[in-house]
Design a binder for this molecule. Structure first.
Ligand code: ADP
Ligand code: ZN
Length: 294
């Protein structure tokens, strides 16, 4: 089966051709500019390749309600050129194949759940900590959507008293993303995150915020595993610090076999940063299966 996959990000669009086993045979990356400039380039890549379906993992917020007249649109994104862009409709019309659609982070969660370290689990969550923070949730073996899609990067956290940075989210200041995404680290400490690798107080604060969020997700969603990805997690010292702080904050409140071993409960992404594009392949496959059943 030949499938197309698109990981639509705020800075770049990753396009790939692959198969039902998650194997990618061809991949390119195109900068995200405006729909007028970028969409034709994406279409050129996918046309004539014989794909049976396309899956798109997309930056948001997006409309995932199939009953809505704007289903498949990018909606209120701060990237104004892309507001009200009918991304699914455009690809459907031009490529004439089923188009699966979800958030970029749900795509990554699906990639890990299908082919990675989340495989076989009934419930798990995937969190990306990069330019922004996003959370994709698998609950009862399926992606969780609710009324729209989870926006777990914007949960409100308890700010540390020694933290003098106001927080970078234009909507909430001290939400998880506002305090702990890559740009927040860089604004707080005045340097690129990668240049702060040796500075322990940077990562202690970061680990605290991440651990607070993980305690909240654990109490609300009761996942069997938490998978962490995104550029900030490339700091290898961070993961063990997050586990330690998580243990202190949860304070023994829950006792399950999963929580006995935090090395297997809180883990790093397992697909070499290809979880997003692989998840997009799966989104395409799922849409094809669904339309074949109808
Ligand atoms: P995006 O979120 O745009 O898809 P990334 O997940 O790579 O992309 O996240 C980019 C952010 O991650 C940047 O804000 C940068 O500060 C941070 N980042 C990238 N690489 C590293 C690294 N090695 N160490 C710490 N932070 C990093
Ligand atoms: Zn916010």
């Amino acid at each position: 089966m030949i499938l197309g996959a698109l990981e639509a990000g705020g800075t770049k669009m990753v396009c790939a051709i692959g198969n039902e086993n998650g194997e990618i045979t061809e991949q390119i990356s195109i900068p995200t500019v405006t729909p007028e400039e970028t969409l034709p380039k994406l279409l050129t890549f996918f046309k004539g390749k014989g794909i049976e379906a396309l899956g798109i993992g997309c930056f948001g917020p997006i409309d995932l309600n199939r009953d809505s007249p704007t289903y498949g649109y990018i909606t209120t994104t701060p990237k104004t050129a892309w507001q009200n862009c009918d991304i699914v409709g455009t690809f459907r019309e031009e490529l004439k194949v089923p188009v699966g659609f979800d958030t970029d982070v749900n795509g990554s969660a699906l990639g890990e759940h299908t082919w990675g370290i989340g495989k076989g689990l009934n419930s798990c969550i995937y969190i990306t900590i990069g330019t922004g923070i996003g959370v994709g949730v698998i609950a009862d073996g399926k992606l969780l959507h609710g009324m729209l899609h989870p926006e777990g990067g914007h949960i409100l956290l308890r700010k540390l008293p020694e933290d003098t940075f106001a927080g970078g989210c234009p909507f909430h200041e001290n939400c998880f993303e506002g305090l702990a995404a890559g740009p927040a680290i860089e604004k707080r400490w005045g340097k690129k995150a990668i240049e702060l690798a040796e500075d322990m107080k940077v990562w202690e604060m970061e680990a605290d915020y991440i651990a607070q969020a993980l305690v909240d997700y654990t109490c609300i969603l009761s996942p069997q595993r938490i998978i962490l990805g995104g550029g900030v997690m490339h700091q290898k010292q961070l993961l063990p610090m997050v586990r330690n702080r998580f243990k202190q904050l949860l304070n023994g409140y829950l006792q399950t076999k999963e929580l006995k071993d935090l090395d297997t409960f809180i883990v790093a992404q397992s697909l070499d940063d290809k979880q997003g594009i692989m998840g997009a392949l799966k989104l395409g496959m799922m849409e094809l299966e669904m339309e074949e059943k109808e």
